[in-house]
Design a protein around this ligand. Sequence first.
Ligand SMILES: NC(=O)c1ccc[n+]([C@@H]2O[C@H](COP(=O)([O-])OP(=O)(O)OC[C@H]3O[C@@H](n4cnc5c(N)ncnc54)[C@H](OP(=O)(O)O)[C@@H]3O)[C@@H](O)[C@H]2O)c1
Length: 255
Amino acid sequence: MQSLKGRVALVTGASTGLGFGAAKKLIEEGAVVFITGRRQAELDRAVGELGSSATAIQADAANKADMLRVADIIKFVHGRLDILFANAGGGHATPLEELTEEQIDRELSVNIKGVVLTVQSLLPVLRDGASVVLNASITADMGLPGFAVYASTKAAVRSLARSWTTDLKHRRIRVNTISPGVVPTEGYSHVQKLSDDDIAAYATRVATEIPAGRVGTAEDIADALVFLASDSSKYITGIDLVVDGGITRVYAGRN
Ligand SMILES: NC(=O)c1ccc[n+]([C@@H]2O[C@H](COP(=O)([O-])OP(=O)(O)OC[C@H]3O[C@@H](n4cnc5c(N)ncnc54)[C@H](OP(=O)(O)O)[C@@H]3O)[C@@H](O)[C@H]2O)c1
């Protein structure tokens, strides 16, 4: 049985990676899904794969006018939004000495301002009792080299979810975060600028440190999203759901 039949969902930043995987799974579970991203060609490719239950809207999550336009379109077409996955974001490792003002601004802008503007803009169209999920990261808990700014933005995302759990309780809107672990996506090549060989070597090495014995997949994250989006989690709000194969909680040792 589909757990999200008839639900209306928005996934920001869903032309590739975790957002695309989330949109695919939400559709499999019966939802109709709006996806956003900045590159139209990538959105067209994604909708081509997702099929007629997906609608793409070119929009920058960190641009208020864009997100208000997204809200207007969803309101016009469906009159309400049941599920919001604020996923658009990213960042890459840079030694502190080499961090530029431009990179700091970019990561703060999409990961914090973008999440705030997304939720604020969609609030009038979110139905009472809706589920909002923000994409955070395990880096918020770790002192990973070069990830100071990115990790701090994801700590902020978790904090936003806790505050909004209180702010939106009068509307019974649940707000939770997912913290993915290591999930190689298109972002590893086009944002972090890693080669395919570097990604494969990194995935093999880090898998030995993950209790589950492998890096994550977009489907692993999408499964957690479906849980938080569905009525199965109706008594869960304000939490951070860590989906990392155990790497941040348990030491697996090296094989
Ligand atoms: N993969 C991991 O290991 C991992 C782990 C923890 C957390 N995360 C988080 O998961 C989320 C998705 O990451 P990913 O690995 O799937 O990256 P990805 O493959 O690079 O996908 C990012 C998506 O977001 C879109 N996007 C980026 N900036 C945007 C903006 N300002 N407005 C709208 N869309 C935007 C991109 O399309 P355009 O560039 O065309 O806009 C793309 O569709 C991020 O928040 C990331 O921090 C990822």
